[in-house]
Design a protein around this ligand. Structure first.
Ligand SMILES: [Zn+2]
Length: 201
């Protein structure tokens, strides 16, 4: 799919890979590290803040995140140590699994690199605890809230074949229908190198 190494091809709505369940990563090797590096490269070119492997054409449980300037830089808790978010970005999350830390949810607008120009309000848990492995197979627990927690939930959805539009109210989903038809007309992928529109996540 990605012949030109400078391209930033991302799968778009209508591509069946986005609806499939991603497989657990079992091989922690240089190929996995290269996949993460390639995903970060695409995410930065596309001006996104998160990317899940299925969006890059890989059905594995791998996510990259970098909120860059968009976060308020609240501290997060990594393995029981409080650290500034900037120190742990970019985040590479292998086999991630989260649980909410409270019932509190908030509703905010989201976009998605696989759904260029679509927007919609999604309710997410405000505060979560995330278990994941790094590229060296080490287990970590990250506790975070707000935008980072939202982004993680959005990306974990991708690993289960779920898109943010699945969470919209019927009315909002209807409002997005023309946009979704346009995205489907892209034929299942877009190269962000050629395309400077800038949705998120
Ligand atoms: Zn997305």
């Amino acid at each position: 799919m990605n012949i030109d190494s400078n391209s930033a091809v991302i799968c778009t709505y209508g591509n069946p890979i986005l609806r499939k369940q991603a497989q657990k990563v079992t091989q922690f090797n240089s190929s996995l590290a290269n996949k993460a590096k390639e995903m970060l490269r695409k995410m930065y070119i596309a001006n996104g803040i998160g990317l899940a492997a299925p969006q890059a054409g890989e059905l594995i449980q791998l996510i990259v995140i970098d909120l860059q300037q968009k976060d308020n830089n609240d501290p997060v808790t990594l393995d029981d140590r409080t650290v500034p978010l900037t120190l742990i970005q970019p985040l590479v999350l292998v086999n991630p699994s989260y649980t909410p830390l409270s019932d509190i949810q908030d509703a905010k607008e989201e976009g998605c690199l696989s759904l260029p120009n679509a927007r919609g309000t999604v309710k997410r848990f405000f505060e979560i605890s995330l278990d994941y492995q790094d590229l060296e197979e080490q287990l970590h627990t990250l506790r975070c809230n707000d935008l980072l927690a939202r982004c993680i939930q959005h990306e974990c959805d991708h690993l289960n074949g779920v898109l943010f539009i699945d969470h919209l109210s019927k009315a909002e989903r209807r409002e997005q229908q023309a946009c979704l038809n346009d995205i489907k007309a892209l034929g299942g992928q877009v190269d962000y190198r050629d395309n400077l529109m800038a949705p998120e996540a």
